[in-house]
Design a binder for this molecule. Structure first.
Ligand code: M6R
Length: 608
């Protein structure tokens, strides 16, 4: 999604703005721009495509202003071309915007009736024109913004600079994250602390409805009513911002390989290894024993982690689970019982639909527990309990290490639920913990298959369609495998419950369609083998991701078989995440795709 940066600096800020924008690239974008004040006059440079294009513009026509705003745009309203790129400007101001102004049509009409002419197809230009009109009506910049903000509907974050105002930058947060950073004689605005890390570790996150008036001396923060408020200043651990690729070609490769370490770190946070028990870091405000069900909601990969967790909660804790994608959950108006539990899962902690579902659950009197990777995120801050995943910053748009850490946390939680509900005794818990603490080592072993997976990827790269099949927890893993492949290679891929094959998808099978079967030797393995037989009988080419026991038993010809280490069935999804990620990664690399920033996708989806 769009990224916002602003600097009120001492010297030329263009270089710093570009550096910060580079740190926001991971969010996904299709054009970029910058505006500065050159001797009091607004100047912009914008370009479609990647930041290098903007840098080329700046090289041709440098900007020297000591105050500026920058933006990476993920198109919502209007094509991703230079005209629609931010900042948008009038003679009076320039603005950058993340999110959607839902009532932009009605505002546009009103402004057009007033004689305003629009140059772009964007909703953002409405904001520029609205504030400008307020200034035409003799308001100063601060009052003009204050008067405009209540007229905007939607979820957004904004950053403004003004012609002739060398020491004034205004930021506003309404549904999309925004942070203020403090430096020596400089103040910053950014979509997240990661963007501001090169300049400062002293950050204030704006609360919902806040807006901030920045100058070189600092920032005054006001709430939605206009009252000056104090928000806590936090020191952000700079180590959390190490975002280099290290020895790897892509962030995604690095993040896949980091999994044994980060899953281990996450486990250490939630498990007393010596006692063989889950130790939740904070007391829960609800009692698992009294719950009649748990509601889970999330989007994309995080949703698939939730689908895996459904099997765990139901099997380990005998706790019924209702689960839905957040974009549906938020509008279904499902009756949720007071004092029940809603569990939300999100890497970024900023996904608009997930956040809205969380707020809906709260409005119904539910306890809310979030599993998030960004502990300072809005979802984390608005949940009654936060269980962080300790994956570290995930930069590749395709989620990998956050997913395996989500699974790790969710399995710990299901174990805690089982214990509380008396469905898991101490011996059962120890057995599961013993299996769980072996996961990092087994993931490292799974990574040793990379060479063979890379060779298979060349074959998969030729396919137009790929099917993924699995049963039990391997069903959501099949969905995740298909999502991973399609989002970075753009090959059409679908995941199915293996038992559903003959209810339709079997019609797709011929020798051109690789069928990736995820099947550890678990309680449903034999059933999955029957489905593999159905595929083989129709000339389908099977790739088995299984284990030695299963490989020895199935007796079918496969295009390839990857033998994962033997692992407890409950823990298998955490280990099997590795080969499905590697297959998607190497297929996309072989096809020459931009694996870290695939087309049309955003890392943090802050619009619905
Ligand atoms: O930040 P979140 O976990 O809430 O994001 C949810 C999805 O947007 C995300 O998992 C998306 O599906 C990824 N691109 C998957 O790789």
């Amino acid at each position: 999604m769009c990224g916002i940066v602003g600097i009120v600096g001492r010297d030329a800020v263009a270089g710093g703005v570009i550096e910060a924008l580079r740190r926001l690239e991971y969010r996904g974008y299709d054009s970029a721009g910058i505006a500065t004040l050159e001797h009091g006059r607004l100047e912009r440079r914008r370009a479609s495509g990647k930041l290098v294009n903007l840098e080329a513009r700046l090289a041709e026509a440098p900007l020297a202003g000591a105050i500026g705003i920058g933006h990476t745009r993920w198109a919502t309203h209007g094509r991703p071309n230079e005209t629609n790129a931010h900042p948008h400007a009038t003679a009076r101001l320039a603005v950058v915007h993340n999110g959607i102004i839902e009532n932009f049509r009605e505002l546009k009409q009103e402004l057009e009736t007033d004689g305003v002419r629009f140059e772009t197809e964007t909703d953002t230009e409405v904001v520029a024109q609205l504030v400008s009109r307020n200034m035409d009506r003799q308001m100063g910049p601060v009052d003009a913004v204050a008067a405009a903000l209540p007229r905007l509907r939607g979820a957004f974050a904004l950053g403004f600079i003004f012609a002739g105002e060398e020491n004034l930058l205004i930021g506003a947060r309404h549904g999309a994250p925004l942070a203020v950073g403090y430096g020596a004689g400089e103040t910053y605005l950014g979509s997240d602390a990661l963007a501001l890390a090169p300049f400062t570790d002293a950050i204030t996150y704006l609360d919902e409805g806040d807006w901030a008036i920045l100058s070189r001396a600092g920032a005054e923060i006001r709430d939605a009513s206009g009252a000056v408020v104090k928000r806590p200043k936090q020191t952000i651990a700079t180590q959390a911002f190490r975002v280099d690729k290290g020895e790897y070609r892509h962030y995604m490769a690095k993040e896949i390989h980091e999994q044994p370490e980060v899953v281990g770190r996450t486990l250490a946070h939630y498990v007393d290894m010596a006692a063989g028990r889950v130790m939740l870091p904070e007391a829960l405000p609800f009692d698992f024993a009294r719950l009649t069900r748990v509601y889970i909601t999330a989007c994309g990969t995080a949703f698939y982690a939730g689908l895996v967790a459904r099997y765990w909660f139901e099997q380990i804790a005998r706790l019924p689970v209702e689960i839905d994608v957040a974009s549906e959950a938020r509008y279904r108006e499902a009756p949720l019982e007071r004092d029940g539990l809603t569990l939300v899962i999100s890497q970024s902690g900023e996904t608009a639909d997930t956040l809205a579902s969380l707020r809906y659950a709260k409005s119904q009197g539910q306890h809310t527990l979030s599993v998030v990777n960004v502990p300072t995120s809005t979802i984390a801050r608005e949940s009654s309990v936060v269980m962080p995943t300790l994956a570290g910053p995930e930069i590749g748009v395709a989620s990998t290490k956050a997913f395996s850490c989500q699974l790790t946390v969710l399995l710990c939680l299901a174990i805690a639920a089982g214990r509380a509900r008396g469905t898991l005794d101490a011996a059962g818990e120890r057995r599961l913990i013993d299996a769980l603490i072996r996961a990092p080592g087994l993931m490292a072993e799974a990574l040793t298959h990379e060479g063979a997976i890379e060779i298979l990827a060349r074959e998969v790269a030729k396919a137009r369609d790929v099917l993924y099949l699995g049963r039990g927890t391997s069903y959501p893993m099949a969905l995740e495998g298909a999502l991973k492949l399609k989002e970075i290679s753009y090959i059409h891929a679908e995941g199915y419950a293996a038992g559903e094959l003959k209810h339709g998808p079997i019609a797709l099978i011929d020798e051109s369609v690789p069928v990736i079967v995820i099947a550890p030797h678990d309680a449903v393995f034999e059933k999955t083998v029957s489905n593999m037989q159905e595929v083989a009988a129709r000339g389908g080419r099977i790739v088995l991701i299984g284990d030695a026991k299963g490989a020895a038993e199935h007796g079918l010809e496969t295009l390839a078989t990857f033998t994962m280490p033997a692992v407890d069935a409950m823990v298998a999804p955490i280990v099997y995440a590795v080969p499905i990620q590697l297959l998607a990664y190497h297929t996309a690399v072989f096809m020459g795709k931009d694996v870290d920033q695939p087309r049309n996708l955003a890392k943090s989806v802050t619009v619905e």
